[in-house]
Design a protein around this ligand. Structure first.
Ligand code: HEC
Length: 140
């Protein structure tokens, strides 16, 4: 009885202190959905890369609209600084360290990925690309 209580307490405090359990939220859920989709598309998928995400964010693509060749065309070179859309309206920094509410609404994230990837790449981003980009931004 006593021993069971201790085991229960131990298990509870472990669950509370495990990083995965403590941090699980909409961003982590969305990332693991992207991971499942990336794995389904390519069995060799071995996890997201902030480095690839950074490249996606800064690279100039030729397939989209000429006035928005890259994500940084609107979001700016500095992930921690404000961006600007084509009509000059300010966009809050994409870095989570500066704008903590970022990427907490999965529907919003999906909506803008769809719109902005089409705008910049001329196609939708893959699950792998979205996961890489999010991983990069979550570390910013
Ligand atoms: C034409 C301007 C423009 C370009 C280019 C652009 N974005 Fe955006 N993006 C916006 C605007 C405007 C918003 C919505 C306002 C906001 O969230 O502050 C937004 C929001 C987002 C969001 C949702 C953020 C959240 O808080 O949930 C994601 C994700 C995103 N953009 C990704 C990208 C990626 C990836 C690229 C490059 C492939 C890109 N954007 C290129 C203008 C742009």
């Amino acid at each position: 009885m006593h021993r069971n209580l201790i085991t229960t307490l131990l298990a509870t405090s472990l669950a509370l202190t495990l990083p995965g359990a403590a941090n699980a939220g909409p961003r982590e859920d969305q990332l693991s959905q992207y991971a499942s989709a990336a794995k389904a598309a390519d069995p060799a998928f071995a996890g997201f890369s902030a480095e690839r995400g950074k490249t996606l964010h800064t690279q100039a693509f030729g397939g989209g609209k000429p006035d928005t060749p890259s994500c940084t065309s609107c979001h700016g070179q500095d992930t921690r600084g404000a961006g600007r859309n084509l009509s000059g309206k300010a966009i809050d920094a994409m870095a989570v360290s500066v704008t903590p509410a970022r990427y907490t609404d999965p529907a919003k994230v999906e909506k803008w990925f769809k719109r902005n990837c089409n705008e910049v790449l001329g196609r939708e981003c893959s699950a792998k690309e979205k996961g890489d980009w999010l991983t990069f931004m979550l570390g910013q």
